[in-house]
Every structure is written in structure tokens, then in C-alpha cells.
Design a protein around this ligand. Sequence first.
Ligand SMILES: [Zn+2]
Length: 114
Amino acid sequence: MRINLSKRFTMDSPLKMDNTPVYQVDLDEGILGKGNKNGTILVSDKITDPEERESIIKHERIHVDQVKRGDLDYDDENVYWKGKTYPRSEMNEGSPDLPWEKEAYSKTDPFEKY
Ligand SMILES: [Zn+2]
């Protein structure tokens, strides 16, 4: 039997949804999901309910979208939304009152806070 070595890369490829790679990883306590600037989404490996996981992915996908269209950016210190700077030190991260969260929550089922 011939083994095609390039095939081995497909075995470990992440779950693809709308071309957004989703990785199940060990996230910090209290963090359920993360949308990365590089377009990938991280979901906590502590989530066992597939519906909850799906809901988190939907929410984070909106943040990825916000980054892609240029409305959202962030670094370790700040979050930037439509040209405005929001220092992380003064914000309640994940709060539905934040404009980027407001959009994400309005477009998804309010399962829980992410
Ligand atoms: Zn969010």
C-alpha cells in the first residue's frame, strides 16, 4: 500500500466552519471562547455541551468578523473600536455593554456571557 504523506496533515486539521478554524484548547478559568485577530477561534476544552460550544463559536465569529472589516482591533493594553481606544484596565471585559459585545450579543442567542 502506498502512503501519501501529505494526507497526514488533513488528519489534524481543525474543525472548519465557514473557513474559520476552531480549536478546542485549555483556556484560563472563566474564559469560554476567544476570537483571534488571525481569524481563528479558540473554545475552552471545559465546554462539553455541543450547543453551548456552537453558541460560543457563533459569538466569537462575530468578533473575528469585526476585526476583518476593520472595526475591532486590540493589543495587550487596549481594545480599539471604530477608532476609539478602550483601555483594558478600565473595562469589564466581555460586558454586553461594550459596543463590540453589544453587536455580538444582538446577533446571537444570549446563551451566556463570553
Ligand atoms: Zn465577546
